[in-house]
Design a protein around this ligand. Structure first.
Ligand SMILES: [Zn+2]
Ligand SMILES: [Zn+2]
Length: 378
């Protein structure tokens, strides 16, 4: 019986069991922190938890992932985690989504969540999820750990559309780290070394607890500004810092108060025609706009790559098929004038998730992933 199950919570005068029970949370990452977050959400009786991960379970995950077992090695992490976490409380609905969230989570689906939690191990995924949450006005929590520290950043976009975003205070070193995964042409490096950050169950559990508490706003009202909690698990000290918005931020500087989101896949031509010709349009993904060998001038394979998403290839396409040298100049861009984009894509929209057009009074988000099924009504 639900009432008996949550008896102890009901004795806490500030514990919002009804809100927790209604909560829909997206957890991105089914690793150490993701396991802890899902464990806490399930124990607290959260309504629905969707777990997104593209990876498979490896033996070395098992020292930090409470729900994973040796028999799960080789299975998709999201499914393994969701299956076992579902045993905690049958009333909690768990769903696993395998694959990279950038390909599996649309803006309209994200808008159906109360909160998204980044429990990932890289800056790029955090930057992407931050931008999606900022556009949608969905609360975003970023949880990160190393061997000693837990960092949890809270961005209450639902209540405060223009609070600081994850990128407002992101240091240059983080962008350098992201850039390490790309060649100078902007293509993903096929042989990029994965950076392994040593972590333990101690930092994972602290980060998971702080992230869950923030996600469900336990003991808090909505809003409260963007903030960072930093916890040193050896010294036992913690600090909280406010994260103000920065006007020049590359993550939110062009988004205005809250972008107007329009579905633009079916009626791309009309949507882009409505945007003033010289308006800057920023695509969610870089696009290949040029492909020519700087050594021999061969461009005969350009139509295989040009106007497609750079993400779908890696730097091996920079090896020229005609002369065999790694000399192909691959031009990759994510900034266009509206008229240029309309000319490059005369029929279907560009092959990206969305594009932001900066209009004189507002930012317009053209959403190219269909599925506008009314989930947005919250
Ligand atoms: Zn920002
Ligand atoms: Zn060549």
């Amino acid at each position: 019986m639900r009432h008996d199950r949550y008896l102890r919570h009901s004795l806490i005068d500030w514990f919002p069991q009804d809100r927790v029970r209604a909560a829909r949370v997206a957890v991105i990452g089914a690793g150490a922190v993701g396991n802890e977050v899902v464990k806490n959400l399930a124990l607290l009786g959260a309504g629905a938890i969707d777990v997104y991960d593209f990876d498979r379970v490896e033996l070395h995950n098992l020292t930090r992932a409470v729900f994973l077992r040796e028999s799960d090695v080789g299975r998709p992490k999201a499914s393994a985690l969701a299956a076992r976490a579902g045993e905690v409380d049958p009333a909690v609905v768990l769903r696993a989504v395998e694959g990279d969230f950038w390909n599996t989570l649309s803006l309209s689906a994200l808008a159906g969540y109360d909160c998204a939690i980044a429990a990932v191990d890289n800056f790029e995924a955090r930057v992407r999820l931050n931008r999606m949450c900022r556009i949608d006005g969905v609360d975003f929590i970023s949880a990160g750990i190393d061997s000693r520290h837990a960092t949890v950043e809270v961005f209450p976009f639902a209540a405060e559309a223009t609070c600081g975003c994850y990128e407002c205070h992101l240091p240059n070193s983080a962008y350098k780290r992201i850039a390490e995964r790309y060649s100078c042409g902007g293509l993903r490096k096929a042989a990029a070394a994965e950076r392994l950050v040593p972590t333990t169950a101690i930092t994972a559990s602290i980060a998971g607890a702080l992230a869950t508490s923030a996600a469900l706003r336990l003991g808090r009202d909505a809003g409260g500004g963007a903030r960072r909690v930093f916890f040193d698990t050896i010294a036992g000290t913690s600090s909280v810092a406010a994260l103000d918005r920065r006007a020049e931020c590359v993550g939110c500087g062009d988004l205005g108060d809250r972008p107007r989101i329009v579905p633009a896949r079916a009626d791309w031509n009309r949507r882009i025609a409505d945007v003033p010709a010289d308006s800057a349009v920023h695509t969610s993904d870089p696009i290949i706009v040029g492909y020519e060998c700087a050594q021999c001038g061969d461009a005969s394979r350009a139509d295989r790559y040009v106007l497609r998403r750079a993400l779908d290839f890696d730097d091996r396409i920079a090896i020229c098929a005609a002369c065999g040298k790694a000399g192909v100049r691959v031009d990759v861009r994510d900034e266009f004038a509206a008229a240029e984009l309309a000319r490059l894509y005369p029929e279907a929209p560009p092959p990206v998730k969305f594009a932001i057009a900066r209009l004189p009074d507002e930012a317009l988000c053209m959403d190219f992933e269909e599925k506008h099924d009314g989930q947005r009504a919250r």
